[in-house]
Design a binder for this molecule. Sequence first.
Ligand code: ZN
Ligand code: ZN
Length: 243
Amino acid sequence: MLAEVVALVTPPRCAACRAPAGRAAEVLCAGCRRALPWLRGPCCERCALPLPHARGRCPARDAAFDRAWAAVAYAGAARDAMHALKFCAARPLASVMAAQIAANAPPALLPAGPSDTVLVAVPPHPRRRRTRGFDPAELIAVALARRTGLPLHRALRRGRAASHQLGASREARRDAANLHFAARGPAPPRVALVDDVHTTGATLSACAAALRQAGSEHVAAVTWARTLDERLVESDQAEAYHR
Ligand SMILES: [Zn+2]
Ligand SMILES: [Zn+2]
């Protein structure tokens, strides 16, 4: 509400760099759109990282999703734009990001014509959703459904980890709880799992595992941005995937 009032009394600015947006009143200014670090070169179909892998090994080799794809690297103007979406509630950005995903994703992951592919958003952490009042992954998924015509199913929910899955330390218990998802019922056979940023891949893999358990045969992780820091990706991921 406040955001709408502020928008009425202040001239439109670029959501990422805050420069006056000019007469076109675009969500992202031309400079920021030009500066987006597109992942246009050859990328790994499993982990979405540019090839070759820094350590010669794919960090998603044990992931529960079949494929992964992202539009941009999570850096520079992309990081600024995501920050604006997450923390300044710049909601129109979700439509821009969805349009960029729809225009660039491989047709095998997001088919343009009739298909049996269903979009599923990674469910938000309840505490995070309460503080922000909205969820970036869901906003992008809703906009992507509108743009592609693919159905959006709320097929997943956050669950509680069973006590035998919980580790000894408080951190281990918290991590296990953060990574526990459950399907709401039988899951669709082909799923494009939508999130805002693919960081370690642990959350996406946990969601894919829950979908698989509920009957999905093919799960692709589709995100707007991908973290390229393979040190972070490798160290967190190797452990998280084996939980
Ligand atoms: Zn800008
Ligand atoms: Zn890979």
